[in-house]
Design a protein. Structure first.
Length: 277
């Protein structure tokens, strides 16, 4: 994977976008990832219950990684109970958990009430979407290891099209952090009543604009400028990054591929100081 460490947030985001397809290929070809992808394709259709799902370590791990729940893999008993709960019941475990990623996994897997069979598992299209999701998550997590600002910005870009309400933003730690920085809302706002937080954000930005990719890019530029200024991250404009992609050929019998990426000057009328006025 390409390291985003040591460069400004906006440059890192542009570098990631320019190399995204290549990184997805690298993620799929990694030995561990490839083995989990193959296990998922071979066995997911035969799993008939939540109990069988958590018992298949490779398939279970693949799915948990796809939903960015790798740090929860050890909690098999809790995950099984969650998947077996009935979301139609207000007291159901899935409705009482605060982690939105688990609810997302619950909805996407679609086990029948009490953990019965999911009709999604035999659908080829659904399987392909899960594999794409897995590769995307592996790449995003790897990209963000050395650059926190880029990690937050890339998380926002990956989820922006699915945001419909401010509650969607505020229940997600990364989205909330991004929007507070981008819109000049102090972190202390976290302690304010939820309804008042939503009202504050509604005054700052029309959330319907997130359906427009151009508006998303503007917010990323704004966030990047503010984040780097506040965190003291050095950045540069008109930057040309020449990367020797030796990793592409390692173990594949290929040759080194040089990739030159011209990253244009960041312009958008934003500055770290103006954002807080």
């Amino acid at each position: 994977m390409i390291s985003l460490g040591g460069i400004g947030t906006q440059v890192a985001v542009k570098l990631f976008d320019a190399t995204r397809d290549k990184q997805l290929d690298l993620a799929a070809n990694d030995a561990l990832n490839a083995r989990q992808i193959e296990a998922f394709k071979e066995r997911i259709g035969d799993i008939k219950s939540a109990k069988e799902f958590v018992a298949d370590t490779e398939v279970y791990t693949f799915v948990m990684r796809a939903f960015d729940l790798e740090d929860q893999i050890f909690g098999k008993a809790m995950i099984r109970k969650t998947l077996e709960s009935n979301s139609d019941e207000s007291s159901a475990l899935v409705n009482r958990l605060s982690n939105p990623k688990i609810k997302d996994m619950y909805d996407t897997l679609g086990f029948a009430p009490d953990g019965g069979r999911s009709f999604n598992f035999n659908r080829t299209g659904w399987q392909d979407e899960m594999i794409d999701r897995f590769k995307e998550r592996v790449v995003l997590n790897s990209a963000g290891e050395d650059n926190e600002g880029a990690r937050i910005a890339l998380e926002f870009k990956s989820k922006a099209s699915e945001i419909n309400t401010w509650l969607d933003v505020l229940k997600d730690e990364d989205l909330g952090s991004f929007m507070r920085r981008a819109l000049g809302v102090p972190d202390e706002a976290i302690g304010v009543d939820l309804d008042r937080q939503i009202a504050l954000f509604e005054q700052k930005f029309d959330i319907e604009k997130l359906k427009d990719p151009a508006e998303v890019d503007k917010l990323v530029s704004r966030f990047s400028a503010i984040y780097d200024a506040v965190e003291g991250v050095s950045s540069s404009s008109n930057t040309v990054l020449s990367l020797m992609q030796g990793a592409v050929s390692i173990g594949q019998g290929g040759t080194f591929t040089a990739i030159t990426i011209d990253i244009p000057t960041i312009t958008g009328g934003y500055s770290a100081s103006s954002a807080y006025r």
